[in-house]
Design a protein around this ligand. Structure first.
Ligand SMILES: [Zn+2]
Length: 335
């Protein structure tokens, strides 16, 4: 009897608590808003900068995991099945996620492959970790700010088409973001121009600068990570050490996402600095921080490149990295 009384009092409270927790968590979706699903964090952030809190946004590739081999979880299938718009980088970056999205696509929903709509096949770069014979071009378009801006334009077009009631808001956010990305492009240009010309070389672990480097007079002289994302062989390591000695680059760049003990060994033997903090899809800071943004990602990378290659990192250090619609704490983004 007492037990039943207990239940009668507490059950509704538990129910309310459960509802409150669900509503308060980042999985809350606002009725009447578009459900938008994205993959890697730079794309999630670009979509957030256009859609703000007028869309229900969920990014499914956790920051700091290998996006090239990421396998979506069963819970991601549910998110994809509820999505009205799914933005994917494409160029074969997120194949398992794309297949899952296609298999679960809601009627009337759209999958938008940003990369394929940003450059044409004659502009695809095949290089160190993405050789032509393997069939997949280098998919890292977003480190080139002009390509990131094109992504933002495609996002704006899709949001305006699907949700015309908020067109003015999406257009205004795009225009503000456009101004910031153009200023970012100039700041990158100016900062990297302070690096002595002979040092404007990138030897990286992860091969993500193919579309960035040519825009700023930098050369990617190599990428260490093999195309299967394993570690390089002893022969490859020896060749890299010889290359580093002859190119005389002051630093080689590892990746936050791919810590590699072999890089340390290569750097020691070649007598160069090993900088392991570049990142291509792991935004700095935490969700809600002002530097947790696409622009924050690029500022951090360029600051590190300038500091390590003899340039002046201060030129870009104070660049405004904040998100156009304000802090991104309400975005559901896997960490
Ligand atoms: Zn990558």
């Amino acid at each position: 009897m007492i037990f039943y009384k207990f239940l009668a009092i507490w059950l509704p409270l538990f129910g309310w608590l459960l509802a409150a927790c669900t509503a308060g968590s980042s999985t809350a979706t606002k009725a009447g808003q578009l459900n938008v699903v994205t993959t890697v964090s730079p794309i999630t952030n670009i979509v957030y900068n256009i859609g703000g809190e007028r869309i229900n946004l969920s990014g499914i590739v956790p920051e700091g995991v290998n996006s090239h081999t990421f396998e979506p979880a069963p819970s991601d299938a549910k998110k994809l099945a509820q999505a009205d718009l799914i933005f994917i980088n494409g160029l074969n970056l997120e194949e398992p996620t794309l297949r899952l999205a296609e298999a679960n696509l809601k009627e009337g929903a759209e999958i938008i492959l940003l990369g394929e709509q940003t450059i044409s096949p004659d502009e695809y770069v095949y290089d160190f970790s993405f050789p032509k014979e393997a069939g997949s071009p280098n998919p890292h378009l977003w480190p080139n700010p002009l390509y990131a801006l094109r992504y933002a334009g495609l996002v704006r077009d899709a949001l305006v088409r699907r949700d015309p009631a908020n067109a003015d808001y999406y257009n205004a956010n795009y225009e503000t973001l456009q101004g910031r990305i153009e200023a970012l492009d100039t700041a990158i240009q100016q900062t990297l121009a302070t690096i002595p010309e002979f040092n404007r070389k990138l030897l990286t672990y992860h091969d993500s600068w193919a579309y960035f480097a040519p825009r700023y007079g930098m050369t990617v002289i190599g990428a260490i990570q093999p195309s299967d994302f394993a570690e390089p062989s002893a022969q490859e390591v020896a060749a890299l050490i010889a290359q580093l000695r002859s190119e005389q680059v002051p630093a080689i760049f590892g990746s936050e996402v791919f810590p590699s003990p072999i890089l340390d060994q290569i750097a020691k033997e070649a007598g160069v600095q090993h900088v392991d903090t570049l990142r291509d899809d792991d935004l700095p800071g935490q969700p809600g921080d002002p530097n947790h943004s696409y622009i924050g990602l690029m500022v951090e990378n360029v600051r590190i490149m300038a500091a390590s290659l003899g340039g002046n990192p201060d030129l870009i250090a104070d660049f405004d990295t904040a998100n156009v619609p304000g802090a991104d704490s309400a975005v559901e983004q896997a960490q």
